[in-house]
Design a protein around this ligand. Structure first.
Ligand code: IPM
Ligand code: MN
Length: 297
């Protein structure tokens, strides 16, 4: 999946821009554990920041989306995504599969603290995604740390919500959310909901951040490689373009980031959009319009 010295090569760069990866003949756990997941971990990209906002020209599937603007802060290096576990008695009726979730105090504290900072810089509202009613060890631990840290942020209105109810409320009342923080798996699931209600999975970007800047951060669309439509010009370039805008912001070029996002939004608002958004443009056509709006070739 990656040259043996791939991570060493990447380490020399400030930022990494990643396309979606995956193909049916390569098992997913090979493509992911051979490239994306080790990159997130080796470079300690413990924040996965996933903004969802209804861009101009994009229609939400919800009847009443009300200017939804939600950022999911997903833990990105531990939790349910662990390769700790195994299978015994393979192929027998007694076969057992065990996979352990890993929640460390350091890991939980740093993601929750990041989310509080994010909420403080935004509308001051934070919801922690838990499931401490059913998952009786790691989730009460998560809740405990969430409450501890909340006392450092009196200006943030913070609450915990079970992830199942939270998923429903995202659909029913998206305007009541500002920042949502969740474990690796919950953040993954909930950010796909926020992407969908903000118009389409194809629009949503993500930033895999190493906030300390010790290692490069990585920017990618949240969607997968969509092999079923490969080469047909149907893929929505918006998620990748928005991820590029986030990368420019992070690299210290916020004006350039804003220009890219504005060019994307103006393009969508003018009606040039791919079919998943109800338009007729191909991937290339839509991308060309964005580039033209940027004043490029
Ligand atoms: C994502 C993706 C990955 C994840 C998969 C492909 C392992 O779904 O970035 O959201 O779950 O982290
Ligand atoms: Mn995902």
């Amino acid at each position: 999946m990656m040259p043996e010295n791939g991570l060493d090569t990447l380490a020399a760069f400030d930022e990494i821009y990643l396309g979606a990866v995956g193909w049916p003949t390569v098992p997913d756990h090979v493509s992911l554990w051979g490239l994306l997941l080790p990159t997130r971990r080796t470079f300690d990209q413990y924040v996965n920041l996933r903004p969802a906002r209804l861009l101009r020209g994009v229609k939400s599937p919800l009847a009443n989306p009300n200017d939804l603007d939600i950022t999911v802060v997903r833990e990105n290096t531990e939790g349910e995504y662990s390769d700790s576990g195994g299978r015994v008695y393979r192929g027998t009726p007694h076969e057992i599969a065990v996979q352990e979730s890993i929640f460390t105090r350091r890991g939980v504290e740093r993601i929750i603290r990041y989310a509080f900072e994010e909420a403080k810089a935004r509308r001051g509202l934070l919801v922690g995604a838990t499931k401490s009613n059913g998952i009786s060890v790691t989730m009460p631990f998560f809740d405990e740390i969430f409450r501890e840290i909340s006392s450092d942020y009196p200006e943030v209105e913070a609450s915990l919500m079970h992830a199942d109810a939270l998923a429903a409320r995202l659909v029913l009342d998206p305007r009541s959310f500002d920042v949502v923080v969740g474990s690796n798996l919950f953040g993954d699931l909930l950010s796909e909901v926020t992407a969908a209600i903000a118009g389409a999975i194809g629009i949503a970007p993500s930033a895999n951040l190493n906030p300390e800047g010790t290692y490069p951060s990585l920017f990618e669309p949240i969607h997968g490689s969509a092999p079923d439509i490969a080469g047909e010009g149907l893929a929505n370039p918006a998620g990748a373009i928005w991820a590029g805008a986030m990368m420019l912001d992070h690299a210290g070029y916020p004006d350039a980031g804003t220009r890219v996002l504005n060019a994307l939004e103006d393009t969508l608002a003018s009606g040039t959009k791919t079919r998943d958004l109800g338009g007729t443009a191909t991937t290339d056509e839509m991308t060309d319009v964005v580039v033209q709006r940027l004043g490029g070739a």
